[in-house]
Design a protein around this ligand. Structure first.
Ligand code: ZN
Length: 248
């Protein structure tokens, strides 16, 4: 039931501007919130709402979530990269894989990490979510399977027509490949994948394509070119369906 009686204009709209971000309704109880180059998600159950990430420039993710759902919002982070934790400081505690906590603290960020690991479940009331650990992009990257809706909210490891960042000390291409192999074995559990960047939705077929592309890069058979990003020399492997940015 939608109990957001005070804001019928929000309930009626498929797309609404809130605190400088654009909230787009994906279905009756799910939104994606577009924050420039990144998006985050809002899921509503009968008892609780859950934000999956808090964007990059947005500072009011909590208010956005509570305005749209009329429920107190919990937070889960897919990983600790800066473009996914923009409003984290609005939350005293949040779900995160413990392998990303050190990276999160590097920027002096506060809040209590409630650890979640592979196979853990979160119930929002009539809506069960399952955590899938996908290390590689970061050690603690996780995806969230919205079990009954058959949607995987993937974070950064899955992207089409995007740029997957694989340079920097906490990235690991071998682990990334193993994670995609693992995800491919459970691909029957979801029909759509909703990534944090670039195309949405994408489909389970892309898992094998990404895995093959990553393998070619690792084996040295993919074609790449040098580039500079954030003052670092990197290798760009543009595979057509997506690009990997790797260490030189
Ligand atoms: Zn990202």
């Amino acid at each position: 039931m939608d109990n957001n009686e005070k804001k019928p204009e929000v309930r009626a709209a498929d797309c609404v501007e809130l605190y400088g971000a654009q909230a787009v309704r994906m279905n009756g109880d799910t939104w994606r919130i577009e924050d420039g180059m990144v998006r985050f998600f809002l899921l509503k159950g009968t008892e609780k709402a859950l934000l999956i990430d808090t964007g990059m420039t947005v500072r009011h993710a909590k208010e956005i979530a509570e305005t749209l759902t009329g429920l107190p919002a919990l937070l889960l982070n897919t990983h600790a990269d800066g473009d996914h934790v923009g409003s984290n400081e609005q939350f005293e505690s949040f779900f995160m894989h413990p392998a990303d906590e050190a990276q999160y603290r590097k920027d002096g960020k506060t809040g209590k990490v409630i650890p979640v690991r592979d196979g853990d479940e979160i119930d929002l009331g009539g809506r069960k979510l399952k955590i899938i650990h996908l290390p590689g992009h970061t050690p603690g990257s996780i995806a969230v399977l919205d079990v009954s809706r058959r949607v995987l909210i993937s974070g950064d490891p899955i992207q089409e027509h995007g740029r997957i960042f694989m340079f920097g000390e906490h990235r690991n291409m071998e682990e990334y490949i193993r994670s995609l192999e693992k995800l491919d074995r459970v691909r029957d559990a979801f029909d759509e994948i909703w990534p944090s960047h670039a195309d949405i939705p994408v489909y389970p077929d892309c898992i094998r394509k990404l895995c093959d592309g990553a393998r070619q890069i690792l084996e040295g058979t993919a074609e790449g070119h040098e580039a500079e990003l954030f003052g670092q020399q990197i290798m760009v492997y543009d595979l057509g369906f997506t690009a990997f940015l790797c260490k030189k």
